[in-house]
Design a binder for this molecule. Structure first.
Ligand SMILES: *[C@@H]1O[C@H](CO)[C@@H](O)[C@H](O)[C@H]1NC(C)=O
Ligand SMILES: *[C@@H]1O[C@H](CO)[C@@H](O)[C@H](O)[C@H]1NC(C)=O
Length: 395
């Protein structure tokens, strides 16, 4: 709720501030790693990255990054508001680096709508509302699919390993349940803080879900489809609030961002790097679809209302994703302190999936949602699990 209210506030205030002034102020406080792109970050930490543009079946153009290695391909996909850069945020202690050092062929994906996926063969993201007409359903069905196929084509492999965080898991489940043939193309899925069912979420999020429908109507009214894009007013103001001024900076780290991550895992000096890189752009429909899942209790397709549902699905309610079709090997890693992918939600997911090898809590009680992407202790608590699993289930 706070985030959305803040966002609307920022929209309103932003109109008076004017964009250029804000940009100038906030950039000074964002350290280098908060500003570099994936290729530049990789180079800084000793690796050469390749940039590959992938076109989806429905015309979105997405840049994915590859750090070549001799071992099997591992595709890593970020969560909501993230980007490929998520996997290099911690420099030498980042997941992409850990995998590259192990010798894997590392592919870091992106999804439509973020800063590396804000492009389309015919639609203009700044002008065409249709560009923003997608949720994690389309991310799964088109983006994951196109990227998997591209990785397999380039590497001449028949399958790959997939690591997804949060929304990346939701969307991969969409793909594997609606196009079951893709289960043969993924060897092992390592799901970090997997988001699927949202029946038991933290109290703040429950409040947010309740007022969600009103907030989305308001955003509709304002004609807003995209949130937190790179040069948006709200992103610039967020950066300003979160990097300047002693009070707002701490409020940001301990208030807003700690909803998702253990504040102890984010040092004050490192915090501006995160603020520089994330959020990297998200669509309103993504949030709305999650809101529907939380309200209905079902992991179902997007609810357009009875009339359009009948037209699209042939039923008044949107159909649920059939998770018993997800036959690929799954490992679910979660944080006991996660307020979104709570232990209860993750257990519900595990019991709906037919092929879960491990359901494992990270061995630190405080571990929460985004600690999987930016905790200073990822090397200690997370990477060992991942490298061990990849070795064990190699083919
Ligand atoms: C990343 O930055 C380099 C310049 O350092 C530039 O050549 C490259 O095009 C950038 N890549 C993307 C995907 O923005
Ligand atoms: C879900 O998929 C399983 C396995 O293919 C199938 O047996 C079952 O009938 C499906 N359920 C629904 C509701 O379609």
């Amino acid at each position: 709720m706070i985030v959305i209210v803040l966002f609307i506030l920022l929209q309103v205030i932003g109109l008076n501030f004017g964009e250029p002034v804000v940009t100038e102020v906030s950039e000074r406080k964002i350290p280098e790693d908060g500003r570099l792109n994936f290729t530049e970050l990789a180079r800084k930490y000793g690796f050469r990255a390749e940039e590959i543009e992938v076109e989806t079946e429905d015309g979105y153009l997405i840049t994915v990054f590859r750090i070549r290695g001799k071992k099997k391909p591992v595709l890593v996909v970020h969560g909501m508001g993230g980007s490929s850069n998520t996997w290099l945020l911690r420099g030498k202690k980042s997941l992409a680096v850990a995998l590259a050092i192990e010798g894997y062929d590392v592919w870091c994906g992106n999804v439509r709508g973020n800063k590396y996926g804000r492009k389309h063969v015919s639609l203009n993201p700044d002008k065409d509302d249709k560009f923003w007409d997608f949720s994690w359903h389309e991310i799964g069905l088109y983006d994951w699919r196109a990227i998997i196929d591209r990785v397999l084509k380039e590497t001449k492999e028949s399958k790959l390993n997939a690591i997804g965080h949060s929304q990346a898991v939701t969307s991969l489940l969409v793909l594997l349940s609606t196009k079951p043939e893709y289960n043969d193309k993924v060897n092992l899925n390592i799901a970090l803080a997997p988001v699927a069912y949202l029946n038991k979420i933290g109290p703040g999020f429950t409040q947010m879900v309740k007022i969600g429908p009103i907030v989305f109507k308001l955003l509709d009214f304002l004609g807003i489809n995209e949130l937190f894009s790179e040069n948006s007013i709200e992103k610039n103001l967020l950066q300003l609030f979160c990097t300047e001024g002693y009070v707002t900076k701490d409020f940001c780290r301990e208030g807003i961002y700690s909803w998702f991550g253990d504040p102890d895992g984010i040092e004050a000096e490192f915090f501006p790097v995160i603020v520089g890189q994330q959020p990297a752009g998200v669509s309103k429909k993504i949030l709305r679809h999650y809101n529907q899942v939380a309200l209905s209790g079902n992991l179902a397709q997007y609810d357009y209302g009875v009339e359009k549902n009948m037209l699209l699905y042939g039923t008044s309610e949107p159909p649920e994703y059939n998770l018993s079709k997800v036959t690929a090997k799954m490992v679910l890693l979660y944080g006991e302190n996660d307020l979104v992918a709570t232990p209860t939600n993750v257990e519900q997911l595990a019991s709906a999936l037919p092929n879960v090898l491990y359901l494992q809590a990270i061995e630190k009680k405080e571990w929460t949602h985004t600690d999987f992407t930016w905790s200073k202790e990822m090397d200690k608590y997370l990477f060992r699990h991942i490298t061990k699993l990849l070795r064990k289930y190699d083919w």
